[in-house]
Design a protein around this ligand. Structure first.
Ligand code: UDP
Ligand code: MN
Length: 332
């Protein structure tokens, strides 16, 4: 506004500003440098021959492939895995897969791990983080090159709801303690599942959630969000993008840390107020992803229950599917 102020601002601009920029870059780097931001530029992609993307030909006409905030929705037919594999290999990406097997749920580990070896991030570096109260019951599953398994012994809870909810607390705690230093991305998964087709780097992004197979065609009023304003997970009827499933989400370690920390804190607050969200950690995940928009959304190909939902034609692949279980028997 003040003309007389201008020369001063100019001198600031040319005098101190370069130093401020230098200081911010120099010291800021220390704050943001985790594994995925190492010095040096990754190599260029090598020559590849593949079908050309056509600006006038949609990859899929039957499903939404982009959210209104321009996050890709991952369906078969929308990506070229060879290009993506090359990109993530150039970054030397390491993926952590967290899974909880508390009490009787250890029985699911063998099939989960064996099928992950066949389908999950094949060709990339993987660390399985198995959280359990029964370390002696973790099965010995042969692992491919560049893949390892870490057993993290944790406490159990009597109620299955508490086991499920406290995953958020434990993932946030271990993210701070070690995941930040060991992996680039975290994928957080239920154990009562198996991989039945490719799940690879196409899912990786700063923050991703997965469409719940029971609600991908529902309108927001029908979503089973927490509807009581008293809960921190409350979402009013006229809000909501998607209903995300608590059994498969992830992102960069720092984003997963923020998500799990926020959800855990919200659950602590709910408990102090004598309320528990209708779908536990899943309700809080949905609240978080409504106000922190995911940068990728996984289609229900990545979370399916064939017993319940069959195999509709829009599902070109069923990649991660429920293993039938007797809820009563396994939870008690
Ligand atoms: N879980 C566990 N032990 C339990 C209850 C739950 O390890 O006694 C973990 C396990 O990883 C499970 C997840 O919490 O996949 C969520 O619970 P569950 O799968 O029973 O919920 P649902 O998918 O049926 O909603
Ligand atoms: Mn489950």
């Amino acid at each position: 506004m003040d003309l007389r102020g201008r020369p001063k601002r100019c001198s600031l601009h040319f005098g101190i500003l370069p130093f401020i920029v230098f200081a911010l870059v120099f010291f800021g780097y220390g704050f943001v440098s985790h594994r995925s931001q190492e010095l040096g530029t990754p190599g260029a992609m090598t020559r590849m021959v593949y079908a050309q993307p056509k600006a006038l030909t949609p990859s899929r006409k039957d499903v939404l492939v982009l959210t209104p905030w321009l996050a890709p929705i991952i369906w078969e037919g929308t990506f070229n895995i060879d290009i993506l594999n090359e990109q993530f290999r150039l970054q030397n990406t390491t993926v952590g897969l967290t899974v909880f097997a508390i009490k009787k749920y250890v029985v699911f580990l063998k099939l989960f791990l064996e099928t992950a070896e066949q389908h999950f991030m094949v060709g990339h570096k993987v660390i399985y983080y198995v959280f359990t109260d029964r370390p002696a019951d973790v099965p010995q599953v042969p692992l491919g090159a560049g893949r390892k398994l870490v057993v993290l012994t944790v406490r159990n809870y009597t109620r299955w709801q508490d086991v499920s909810m406290h995953r958020m607390e434990m993932i946030s705690r271990f993210s701070e303690q070690r995941f930040l230093h060991e992996v680039d991305y975290l994928v957080c998964a239920d154990v009562d599942m198996k991989f039945s087709d490719h799940v690879g780097v196409e899912i990786l992004s700063a923050l991703f959630g997965t469409l719940h197979p029971g609600f991908y065609s529902s309108s927001r009023e029908a979503f089973t969000y927490e509807r009581r304003p008293k809960s921190q997970a409350y979402i009013p009827r006229d809000e909501g993008d998607f209903y995300y499933m608590g059994a498969f989400f992830g992102g960069s370690v720092v984003e997963v840390y923020r998500l799990t920390k926020a959800c855990h804190q919200a659950m602590v607050e709910d408990k102090a107020n004598g309320i528990e969200a209708v779908w536990h950690d899943e309700s809080h995940l949905n609240k978080y992803l409504l106000y922190h928009k995911p940068t990728k959304v996984l289609s229900p190909e990545y979370m399916w229950d064939q017993q319940l939902l069959g195999w509709p034609s829009i599902m070109k692949k069923l990649r991660y599917v429920a293993v039938p279980k007797n809820h009563q028997a396994i939870r008690n």
